[in-house]
Design a protein around this ligand. Structure first.
Ligand code: SF4
Length: 366
């Protein structure tokens, strides 16, 4: 990769844009490319920098299931609310608080007296467990590979300090099984993946080799700056023009081929594959990671007798199709009308990585 001086340099961005136009013009006239940006942070950056507006007409960016809050099913919110109503102190990252459950949200639960706290570090759960030995502390452990090791530090610290009143309501999910599920859906056409950056820092760029080798899809790992994203798309178009399908890591300043060995060791120590429920995708075999049996005392589901399944989603909300790239947010009849960040109907409008939130914030006609 040629060194690019300044990842927001307009001159560099214009040069890459011209290269994209040239590459796209060389494709057959009827060839329209669907490139899926898998990661919610990419979705937000693409919207913020107006990247869709400057792409060649035959190159479409479609958003994938890369927002962890958005893919967490309604039943998970319901289980967290049930635990708060039983008297547990719930600790969560901020986005989850506003997400509607089947009847309420954690924000509403808190306004009615439930102990729901936003934690800026997972270790807030440890502080609370020590400060309130007579209360159960439940940390809402959602996220992809990126967040697993930091959240598992709760279990590590609880073990070291002998704390018995803290547990995780776990809905950890792995990105590759979701990509396999999308590729198995005949209604979704994906020509290449712009692979996630944060997740790749943990799992490594080699994790995408099956998609290049088995599905013949170009896979490019890219960072979040405008030049990163445009250069990633250039790498994809060059592969398509050349009839190639490889994994290319264009985010080598952060991502390696093998990923983060320390984080992987932490995950392997505490977690094992489990079937996981995804909003929009259903229950995918071995697509999640749950606490191993020897750590069951830290598993809120087993400890407190709650269950997280698929649950029943609001039929008016099209988040499931948005997460699969089948629907763009403005195609949802509720977008910008009854659904907005102030009054979200679905999680994709709540999360700072949600596709509906990105479109509402940056791509809505004023
Ligand atoms: S606009 Fe609102 S209701 Fe429609 S898909 Fe997005 S979050 Fe769901």
């Amino acid at each position: 990769m040629k060194y690019i001086d300044g990842f927001r340099n307009p001159a560099v961005a214009k040069a890459i844009r011209a290269r994209l136009d040239h590459l796209a013009a060389g494709l057959p006239a009827d060839r329209r490319l669907n490139v899926m940006e898998v990661c919610g942070s990419h979705t937000m950056a693409i919207a913020r920098y107006g990247i869709r507006d400057i792409l060649p007409a035959n190159l479409e960016l479609i958003s994938g299931p890369g927002c962890p809050v958005c893919v967490t099913p309604t039943s998970y919110i319901d289980a967290a609310i049930a635990l708060a109503e039983k008297g547990a102190i719930i600790v969560s990252f901020g986005d989850m608080i506003q997400v509607p459950g089947s009847a309420s949200s954690l924000a509403t639960c808190r306004s009615q007296g439930g102990a729901v706290e936003i934690g800026y570090s997972p270790l807030r759960a440890i502080e609370l467990a020590e400060a309130h030995p007579d209360r159960e502390i439940v940390f809402l452990a959602i996220g992809f590979e990126t967040t697993m090791a930091p959240v598992l530090s709760i279990v590590e610290q609880a073990e070291q300090r002998g704390l018995k009143n803290v547990s995780l309501l776990s809905a950890f999910k792995r990105v590759p099984p979701a990509l396999h599920a999308l590729l198995a859906d005949p209604e979704i056409r994906i020509d290449a993946f712009l692979c996630p950056a944060h997740v790749s820092a943990i799992i490594g760029s080699d994790a995408y080799r099956p998609f290049a080798e088995e599905y013949h899809l170009p896979c490019v790992v890219a960072g979040f700056e405008p030049v990163d994203i445009l250069y990633g798309l250039q790498g994809i178009l060059e592969q398509i023009r050349g009839g190639e399908a490889r994994v290319v890591n264009q985010y080598a300043r952060v991502v390696t081929a093998g990923g983060n060995a320390c984080a992987q060791a932490m995950m392997a120590r505490y977690l094992e594959p489990v079937d996981a429920a995804w909003r929009g995708l259903g229950v995918l075999p071995a697509s999640g990671l749950g606490l191993r049996a020897e750590y069951a005392r830290y598993d809120a589901e087993r400890r407190h007798g709650v269950t997280v399944g698929l649950g029943r989603e609001n039929p008016a909300c099209a988040c499931g199709d948005v997460l699969k790239g089948k629907l763009r947010p403005p195609q949802c009849p509720l977008f910008g009308k009854t659904c907005s960040p102030d009054h979200p109907v679905g999680p994709c409008m709540v999360s700072t990585e949600g596709t509906c939130s990105a479109y509402f914030k940056y791509m809505r006609p004023q």
